[in-house]
Design a protein around this ligand. Structure first.
Ligand code: ZN
Length: 240
């Protein structure tokens, strides 16, 4: 174990470890298994979701959208799609070998060309024609930008997400990285809006906690608005 609730590696280190040791394995050969059923592929998504949850220190029932927004990570299926599109672009850009690659694509990896076409349509991407090796770097950055734009539009539609009200634009927040592991975890939970104090009842299958003063349901915003000076700072940090 390399990290706990109040000790160990911070979020940045944990995310780097995940990228280098786990996500690289998950995406290895993704061009080959891209045509698998969504039910099978979704099993891989849960691995990334759990890794992000651990790295952030998020509450166990926090929304998956919030996990990716807080960590500024591309969801695994979109990252996989990016790898497929990059591979497709490479096959188109190799001079003199386009036909042979297309033949291999249709025999060794059936359907990958069709999948790439569907992805280009999904993300509304138009490839440079003809695509040269020199233009690959620019094309790759355009692919990433288009996928990021797709995710931003998806984030814009998540109108009920608490984190979205704080972070309308998907980007990396330097303030979400703190040297103290416990403070980093507590801050992330408050931003996501899911804490032990406000959402523990879902796990215990009990009634939601009510405010002692106004008898309304307690959520993070309520605590911040009405208990900022009276209770918040007197709460033990372990209750968040
Ligand atoms: Zn109240």
């Amino acid at each position: 174990m390399i990290s706990g609730c109040s000790w160990g590696s911070n979020k940045k280190c944990l995310l780097r470890i995940y990228c280098s040791h786990i996500r690289s394995l998950l995406n290895y050969g993704c061009i080959l298994y891209a045509s698998a059923s969504q039910r099978i592929l979704s099993q891989l998504n849960t691995i990334q979701n759990e890794a992000l949850r651990i790295a952030i220190g998020a509450f166990c029932i926090s929304p998956v959208l919030s996990l990716h927004a807080e960590s500024n990570f591309i969801p695994l299926q979109h990252h996989r799609n990016l790898q497929i599109l990059k591979y497709y672009c490479k096959t188109l850009a190799i001079p003199g070998h386009i036909n042979s690659y297309r033949m291999r694509l249709s025999t060794v990896i059936p359907g990958v060309s069709n999948i790439a076409q569907q992805l280009l349509e999904k993300y509304q991407i138009t490839l440079e024609k003809p695509l040269s090796l020199g233009a690959l770097r620019l094309q790759f950055s355009q692919l990433r930008f288009s996928i990021q734009d797709f995710l931003q539009q998806e984030w814009n539609r998540a109108s009920t997400n608490f984190l979205r009200s704080l972070k309308p634009t998907l980007e990396d927040w330097s303030t979400s990285y703190l040297p103290n592991r416990q403070e980093e975890r507590v801050l992330a939970r408050i931003r996501i809006g899911h804490t032990l104090l406000t959402h523990c009842h879902l796990l215990q299958q009990s009634e939601p906690p009510l405010c002692d003063v106004c008898h309304t349901k307690i959520d993070v915003l309520h605590v911040l608005n009405f208990y900022r000076t009276q209770i918040l700072w007197s709460l033990p940090i372990s209750s968040l």
